[in-house]
Design a protein around this ligand. Structure first.
Ligand SMILES: [Zn+2]
Ligand SMILES: [Zn+2]
Length: 321
């Protein structure tokens, strides 16, 4: 009898709580976009002090998904945390996708495997990448075997799980899906390299990230009016300064500003963001003032805007979109 009488007020209070919670959640949802893009590195192999190696975080409902692991990414993630993107605290870096295995996109992989673990990450890293990723990870684990032994058996008392990596070697198609995001990998044209671009569909945004590629319809088809297209490009001005060998390389491996303009015209993104910025292959190695000017961000924006009338910006490290 007593139990029965109590049910009414308890049920009422529960409903009131659920209603209030829903109103607060909806209000918060309006104030903060669910999805944020945070550039952890917008560079290339060029050791530019202003640009870490290529790495982009897509943060959805406080869960970060990392695309590429260029050098410096964990420190840039800590800098983003300090700027207010708290989801990018090191122990929270648990899921990553590699576009391809070129060193500029993977030099930070040992950092992502190890540093968050030292800081207390208990979960293994979930890593998605092309064939060869497993082999690379096994070699990194082997290279740091001494460190792992010291830290797990010594006075550091590091946990014995967070250093592990679950590698998922991918093929084109849906490679990942959870409550926040569906990730599609699509093959791109990066010379003879097994390389992918990724399409992230979140509750409020569609984002396509090119990785390294020469022009391909796959970018156009996967964007197809996406909210944001993140793409690489080099300038014609720098192309004209490099040797025929470097020109041949660029044509097979990368996208010119003009080619990107033509792709963006067909892909129709809400916003085009340029990343993977250096002076360009050949110019990076020459390091002359003339090449620096010819491959600069200003020159790149100028050339892309000449070829494409939509909204375009150049991404900087720690920019949030
Ligand atoms: Zn690259
Ligand atoms: Zn590459």
């Amino acid at each position: 009898m007593t139990t029965k009488r109590r049910k009414g007020p308890i049920l009422g209070l529960t409903l009131l709580f659920l209603f209030t919670w829903q109103v607060i959640s909806q209000a918060q949802g309006k104030a903060d976009p669910k999805t944020q893009i945070v550039f952890l590195g917008t560079g290339t192999p060029l050791p530019d002090p202003e640009r870490a190696g290529p790495s982009t975080a897509i943060v959805v409902n406080a869960t970060p998904y990392i695309v590429d692991t260029g050098t410096g990414l964990v420190r840039r993630a800590a800098a983003a945390r300090d700027k207010g993107v708290v989801a990018l605290r090191p122990v929270n870096l648990k899921i990553a996708f590699l576009t391809h295995l070129h060193s500029d996109h993977t030099l930070g992989l040992p950092d992502l495997m190890i540093t968050p673990w030292i800081m207390g990450r208990k979960e293994p890293l979930e890593l998605y990448g092309p064939a060869g990723t497993k082999n690379m990870v096994n070699h990194i684990l082997e290279a740091y075997e001494v460190d792992r032994k010291i830290r797990t058996e010594g006075l550091e008392h590091s946990n014995n799980t967070g250093w592990k990596v679950n590698v998922h070697e991918i093929k084109p198609g849906v490679v990942f899906k959870d409550a926040n995001v569906t990730v599609i990998a699509f093959a791109v044209r990066h010379g003879n390299v097994d390389a992918y671009g990724y399409r992230f569909a979140t509750p409020d945004r569609t984002i396509v990230i090119s990785g390294d590629t020469s022009p391909t319809d796959a970018i156009v088809e996967n964007c197809n009016g996406c909210d944001i297209l993140i793409s690489e490009a080099y300038t014609k001005a720098s192309f004209d300064l490099v040797s025929p060998e470097w020109q041949r390389y660029r044509l097979a491996f990368h996208t010119s500003a003009q080619e990107l303009g033509a792709m963006a015209y067909k892909a129709k993104p809400g916003l085009l963001i340029l990343y993977h910025q250096g002076t360009g292959p050949g110019c990076d190695q020459a390091g002359t003032e003339e090449c620096r000017e010819a491959g600069s961000e200003n020159q790149l924006l100028k050339e892309v805007r000449k070829a494409y009338s939509g909204k375009v910006v150049a991404g900087q490290d720690l920019d949030v979109f």
